[in-house]
Design a protein around this ligand. Structure first.
Ligand SMILES: C[S@@+](CC[C@H](N)C(=O)[O-])C[C@H]1O[C@@H](n2cnc3c(N)ncnc32)[C@H](O)[C@@H]1O
Length: 247
């Protein structure tokens, strides 16, 4: 076997082991009383999950830097990423939904499909998302171009949920993405981002330039790899006068 074959086989094996560990950890987390989300609404059937994992892995093989993970996020991480969101949050923008684990969690939290905008750069992912969630607005664009499109008939969003691999992007790109996302968010809206790294994936310099503050709100080992969730908001001193979500 050549080097590439060895690498792919190694990663596939790692993926399989990681998924087993994640499934075990998720099963244990599911026994905890602090998980108020109905799993049945979030979990695709077992066979669909396997298909989804292979589809995701294939996308990673084709574009490792853009996809930046070898398996979709776990339901445990999806639960944490959406924990502060409900049907009363108003419209929600999802950046980099991939195969849709956070999308399903948002729907399980009573966000209306019509109140979802799914921004996904990968064409096969975007096509599958628009078939699976026909009432959501699916946009196959770079998240940095969000300011060029009209969402929700001009209403501001109450939250942004981001699965984007910010750690593998240049700082200028991260700044452009955050600038356009916050341009679509209501004054008190929040931007949720997960990371596999030990600190916030947005540098202090970018946060300061955009007048934002970041806080780590949770984390889980029931994901491959373990992940932390950050909430970004406008720092109080910079809050411009924008309407509430939905107005
Ligand atoms: C780490 S995967 C996360 C997928 C999914 N949210 C999950 O948690 O399983 C990153 C996703 O972001 C998408 N993506 C990467 N860069 C993007 C960009 N600039 N604009 C929009 N989507 C992007 C990738 O195609 C991929 O679907």
């Amino acid at each position: 076997m050549d080097t590439f074959g060895t690498l792919v086989t190694g990663i596939a094996a790692l993926n399989a082991v990681g998924l087993l560990v994640t499934a075990f950890a998720e099963r244990r987390a599911g026994q905890s009383p602090a998980t108020p989300l109905p799993d049945t609404k979030m979990q695709p059937a077992r066979l669909d999950r396997i298909r989804e994992t292979f589809r995701f892995f294939g996308a990673w093989l084709r574009s490792p830097l853009r996809v930046a993970a070898i398996a979709p996020s776990s339901t445990a991480l999806a639960r944490l990423m959406t924990a502060e969101i409900s049907g009363s949050t108003g419209p929600v923008i999802e950046l980099g939904p991939g195969t849709g684990p956070f999308t399903r969690a948002l729907l399980a939290r009573s966000v209306r499909e019509e109140d979802l905008a799914l921004v996904e750069f990968g064409e096969p992912f975007a096509r599958a998302l628009s078939l699976a969630f026909p009432h959501a607005q699916t946009l196959c664009i770079d998240a940095a171009e969000l300011d060029t499109v009209d969402l929700f008939g001009g209403r501001y969003a109450g939250a942004v949920v981001s699965g984007l691999p910010l750690l593998s992007m240049p700082e200028k790109k991260v700044e452009a993405i955050l600038r356009s996302a916050f341009g679509k968010l209501s004054t008190d809206g929040a931007f949720y981002q997960f990371t596999y790294g030990p600190r916030c994936p947005v540098s202090l310099a970018v946060l300061e330039r955009l007048g934002l503050k970041a806080e780590r709100i949770s984390g889980t080992f029931a994901n491959l790899p373990p992940a932390s969730v950050y909430r970004l908001r406008r720092a109080a001193a910079f809050v411009p006068q924008l309407p509430k979500a939905g107005n």
